[in-house]
Design a protein around this ligand. Structure first.
Ligand SMILES: [Zn+2]
Length: 285
């Protein structure tokens, strides 16, 4: 974890940083490629280091657009440790995507237009085989092509939003409330019951100091449209021994927020804090 960066714009212009329109997809951690942008507690991270360990992948990088300093071997500012099968939100340049069925680029020179004593001939129109048309005439063939690419990126992004209602809720909330704390969401789908098919987004924020974790939970709880399931939300002091991968630990604080959106999508945020039992190496893990 690094210090929060309040001076960062909430949504950096990824199209400018990628040099091409950005697509949002849901993908597995083991599908992330260098140059992708992913979510973290520090905000967006542009991945420039991927470390593959059994059962655990580290994605590390810096805020998108931040120039890499010419220091010897500069460490990435943020490092995320995830399971390779976790599904996360990935922003990727549209140039990585192949043909999209039903969407073929149609760039044509605009009909020559007589303007007074001369004929204007250098306009281009951008359209798509799906019926989409740019509402303006573009100056060059290149900018017309880029306008169509932005349409294609939008179609791919809409497909991701359509596939997980929790992702759609979060993406909308972030636009409406740009100062919501960023979270390292993992996405799942409700498999049964009344809301089968609805999206679930989970985030573990145990890396934050407990006071800051409480603020993050309060900020997300206050998002309009979400209803807290009070029986599944808690902030409690514990004195229980739990068995972790590295032996028994005493759990001392346990925070959880469980909220549901209008379509049954669920957002679940957890933070767990442990103390070492008996003589140890001083590490809480
Ligand atoms: Zn199209």
């Amino acid at each position: 974890m690094t210090e929060p960066r309040p001076e960062q714009p909430p949504v950096p212009d990824l199209a400018q940083i990628f040099g091409a329109p950005a697509v949002t997809i849901l993908g597995r951690v083991d599908e992330v490629v260098l140059g992708d942008t992913v979510d973290s507690l520090d905000g967006l991270v542009r991945v420039r280091e991927i470390v593959q360990r059994p059962g655990r992948w580290d994605l590390a990088g810096d805020p998108p657009g931040q120039p890499i300093r010419f220091a010897p071997n500069p460490e990435p500012a943020t490092r995320l440790s995830l399971q390779p099968s976790d599904r996360i939100r990935i922003r990727r340049s549209v140039n990585y995507f192949g043909r999209l069925n039903g969407h073929t680029k149609k760039v044509a020179s605009h009909n020559p237009v007589k303007r007074g004593s001369y004929i204007h001939v250098d306009g281009y129109t951008a359209a798509c085989s799906c019926g989409w048309k740019s509402d303006k005439v573009l100056l060059g063939r290149h900018s017309a092509g880029r306008t169509w690419l932005a349409h294609k990126a939008g179609q791919l992004t809409d497909a991701a939003y359509g596939s997980n209602s929790a992702l759609m809720f979060i993406a909308t909330a972030e636009v409406v409330h740009p100062h919501l704390p960023p979270l390292p969401w993992r996405f799942l789908t409700v498999t049964g019951g009344e809301h089968a098919g609805a999206g679930i987004a989970k985030a573990d924020i145990s890396a934050l100091p407990v006071g800051q974790a409480r603020e993050v939970l309060a900020a997300w709880r206050a998002v309009p449209g979400l209803t807290a399931d009070e029986e599944m939300c808690w902030d409690r002091e514990e004195d229980v021994v739990v068995h972790t991968l590295r032996g028994p630990r005493k759990q001392i604080t346990d925070l959880r927020l469980h909220v549901a959106g209008p379509g049954g999508e669920q957002l679940i945020v957890d933070a767990d804090y442990y103390a070492v039992i008996g003589p140890g190496d001083g590490s809480p893990w």
